[in-house]
Unconditional design. Sequence first.
Length: 727
Amino acid sequence: MKYLASIIPSLLLAAAAAAGEYTRYVNPFIGTGAVENSLSGNCYPGATMPFGMVQLSPDTQEAPDWDKASGYDYNDKNICGFSHTRLSGTGASDLIDILLMPATGGRVWSAFSHDGEEARPGYYRVLLGESGITAELSATTRAGIHRYTYPCGRRQRIYLDVGHSASKGSWDRKIIQSQIRIVGPTIVEGYRIITGWAKLRRVYFRIELSKPIAGHQLIDGDRVYGDAPVVNGRNLRAWLDFDAAGGDTIVTKVSLSSVSVANARENMAQEAPHWDFNRYVASADHVWDRLLGRIEAEGDPTCKQLFYTAMYHALIQPNVLSDVNGEYTATDYTTQRMPQGQHYYTTFSLWDTYRGAHPFYTLAVPEWNEAFVASMLTHYDSYGYLPIWALWGQDNYCMIGNHAIPVVVDACLKGLKGIDARRVLDAVVGSATIPHPGSPFEVWEKYGYMPENIQSQSVSITLEQSFDDWCVAMLAKRLGQHDVYGRFIRRSQHYRHLHDAATGFFRAKDDKGNWLEPFDPLVYGGNGGNPYTEGNAWQYYWYVPHDIEGLIALTGGKKAFVDKLDRFFSLADRSGELNSNASGFIGQYVHGNEPSHHVAYLYNYAGEPRKAQRMVSRIMREMYNTSSSGYAGNDDCGEMSSWYLLSAMGFYPVNPASGEYAIGTPLFDKLTLHLQNGNTFTVIAHRKSKEQVYVKKMRLNGRPYTRYTLAHQTIMDGGTLEFTMGY
């Protein structure tokens, strides 16, 4: 019997280890830990479903903060438990809700080794070194599934921590109230109300156990309530004990809701009704494999691992907030219900994701992007303007501009289904005129720029809002709203008011029109107290995606523009103090942060596509790898991943709302995009070696193609774009 007990866990692991045709290329450990003090991605290796509410993963941090925002760091040696929500790749931490940890004694933390870890989409496993417990994780959209296999004959315990969270020292984070209730021998329920980066979040949970609880202790802070059936407080934990005679394995299911315990029960009943852990793993793998298979990449296996891992990371967030019955907690804290068959989504890191992630969603998973846009419009209806950085249904106002505007406008212009263009126009006009934190539009209208002495980060805001206004103008033009078009197309040119011909940069002015002195284009700003946001004057010089011809003219023509780009990619000088998001340098180019992401493609617009191809190829090669430090910066809810995905496909949306992509250099021998409309678009690269990164000629559907831009509609119509590559 002892021999059988020892081999059964191995058989279960083998059953859980099977991977699909595409999921086998996904390595969730990529981007989970920095080396040499660099940024790495801030990703996590745990189990989740596409855009799921639950992201169940190990926490190696007692209180995650800015630098390890997902709660997991590959360089750490200990695990404190497994919590059910988190952010992927962000520069700030939040969520980190409802932690469980199996144990054999009174110690919670456990050492672990990466040799005892395994991860792939929908599945994670780790051997806890201190206790000898094997912990396995899987997930449905709204539930986390745990399987704990204890050493034969050892004590069996589960630790529940409702107080565990991101750092209480950030964002004035604190738990307002919480509860743990022992409902029955195999059921625990409760909630917590917590404020932090997202204000006043309500998290309700239901836990179901495959074995009855033999004994328990409820704890609030330093006070132990013993076997009381319920405890309320602000620092709640519980120990659950089980009879080892009932077998060595415990399956635990945890469902969540933002609305109520009753909804958490319903989520559990519909999504996690059975106890077959391997079925959950197989189901998750099947869903992920079908989704990843919408893009078939053929070529180098290492590049395929990077590509499909990037695609996996891009499809983790945004997250569904509505329950299976359609209910969710709205921005005004009321309970609302989505129409039948629709879902409400949150976690919109829009300053990052409007650039590449949402254009990627439109190509690969348009039905989800339609739902994201619908959720943004619903947010507008209750909040008064479109989301800036939405988290758990609330807005934390992080970053500048209002970059839901390009996302919803792009969705209209590209003809995504179920979107009322006139409703969108009302939302974008309202969001571009109603003052809110970081965007005092009355100042914008009065001065034609943001004066630094009135609004910090003034240069970056001026440039980014000019682009947002162009997006409003384009939708108004499409709808024949000429007055609206005229107003916003004029505002889209406000960027010119901060161009200083003497220095050749965009610079800050005060409200009297005076340039701010001293000026050094290498000096970095962060998120306030400087004219530039997470960058410097060099990096923000190129942010005029809606008027590249105008920027070229301001620079002095195409030759001067190319010369300045060359200087940008070669100038290695640094200011004395870099922003913490500055990483992945090529000269002044910073691939680790979003303002630089489109710049390599600007060579195309000045007649130097070979230089774009060389630089894009270099970035793909140098800034991504298959290690734990695989990204040059934070993944930012899939944006860093989306740059790689689009660039590997051979094109990138320099202006993400223009319906046009700049052509770069395709990474794969063949890549087929299976479109939702039933068409396929195939990119073929004829090359003899991977060093052939330059485009010698192109053919579209068998005919010569000489443009270095590609229309979105051309892709949607289906066909084949062939590249002949050379040195």
